[in-house]
Write a protein that binds this ligand. Sequence first.
Ligand SMILES: Cc1ncc(C[n+]2csc(CCOP(=O)(O)OP(=O)(O)O)c2C)c(N)n1
Length: 594
Amino acid sequence: MTEQVTGAQSLVRALEELAVEVVFGIPGGAILPAYDPLFDSQRVRHLLVRHEQGAGHAATGYAQATGRVGVCMATSGPGATNLVTPIADAYMDSVPIVAITGQVPSAAIGTDAFQEADICGITMPITKHNFLVQDADEIPRVLAEAFHIAASGRPGPVLVDIAKDALQAGTTFTWPVEMQLPGYRPSARPHGKQVREAARLIVDAKKPVIYVGGGVLKARAAAELRGFAELTGAPVITTLMARGAFPDSHPQHLGMPGMHGGVAAVTALQKCDLIIALGTRFDDRVTGKLSTFAPNATVIHADIDPAEISKNRTADVPIVGDAREVIADLAAAVKSEMDAGRSPDYSSWWRQCSDWRQRYPLGWTEESDGSLAPQHVISRIGKIAGPDAVYVAGVGQHQMWASQFISYENPYTWINSGGLGTMGFAVPAAMGAKVGRPDALVWAIDGDGCFQMTNQELTTCAIEGIPIKVAIINNGSLGMVRQWQTLFYGSRYSNTDLHRDRPQYLPDFVKLADAMGCVGLRCESADDVDATIEKAMSVYDVPVVVDFVVGKDAMVWPMVAAGTSNDDIKVARDTAPDFDYEMGEVVSEGGERS
Ligand SMILES: Cc1ncc(C[n+]2csc(CCOP(=O)(O)OP(=O)(O)O)c2C)c(N)n1
């Protein structure tokens, strides 16, 4: 098919052919030619956000919830630079998004023209690839390549920067296009020899752990993971990026590893003899002090990105491939070993792991001043909204509690900023998730600090009919930083108090919600938590913001302090788990336990 069009029309036609259903963005001079044909498109919906950062995180939320490529659009200069944080965020979490930016006309590039910024240069280290387009004829091919690169192999953000004159020029639109990516061939198929070697290690191991990362979700391999895990019978741990990849209620699930992981998951990983790492990258938040990490473990490391393998921890058996294919092949190879009479025996390891799990469940102690416990609020939201809802977190204590105290039973129900740790992620990402999955109940669990960074997108939600629910876990402070000040800076609270009660509720989140066209609710006592959540759930047509006023002093436990060994995990302040006990002995910890 060939049509006579402008570069801008060609862009919109390409988006239509790529089946893009929504673009989040804000217009401006350089991108303006593209907005004109976009106005007429019957297939691409444009959502006018209030800040480009919101557009980028919304594209990420959409991509994480649907598995499709998220798209955001901005003008040159400040519009483009406002996308830098969400692009970096998507890069760290391997999220497929395409950012389309207008650029000053070709003749002005390099002249410090009005609103010129070298966004390709700026985003080079935080994109999987980027393109500067100065010829209208290239637009369809570049768009096709951008979407292919974003979604294939290890997914990630791709930026397409288009000079204004290329958008205005006449061209022909032809579809389909032939991609020209000679050097780009991500290998999905794992090597059979490596897989067989891994299978032998798995059946010979006495103390294995299946260490699951976000790559398993990206590969849409949750079903294969479950089959493989059940075949081997090995304990499974899911990282912050992989929550939901394996049901929390499954008896083989030991929980989340890492700085705020559970004792059983952290300790099993630390003391195992075999790590089966699937789509994960031995992040410092998981390994703790690297030189002391899992000293007795042999490592099988499967990842689609060869650059990840042996980056932090040397892999004994490296496997490059798509997680779904790797897991399916591993299962087949383990099955052959078993059929040949070589079945694993993990029974004594399970006795040990079960004991850690039973002895040190996640829990919290009630606040001594009688204030509302944030963990209680989050746990009740999880129970009442249930495992089919989608939960989107900001960054801080509330994020960790949301990862700990909500049961994730299904893939793609937990969305957060794991790698970059971007405050302000929750509201716009929840907006994107709800656009992608309009029938799902979407709860953002946000901090009062994070909320004040990007809440303006609630106006977008109200105007565009995107009824998300937002729970602000309002502790009146930058809680996670305050926790570090309590523990490591002698309780000197330098610039972490948000002064919420000066004179009273500043800002008043209920009034703010109302001003943005949302329903605003406030809850200050444990007795009202369930009724408030239910009231929020009874509103279907507009966004709801609930200000949960909680205590300031709650801390996230367990914790492996930054730079220390996983062996030094603490379950409460100055309290290490007691590993010198007789197995089966019952230890009772105070406080409410989930
Ligand atoms: C954009 C950005 N700035 C600063 C930080 C550092 N930081 C990490 S957590 C945090 C506090 C978050 O406060 P809040 O949103 O109230 O959540 P809480 O920890 O209280 O649950 C800060 C400032 C960050 N992660 N991101």
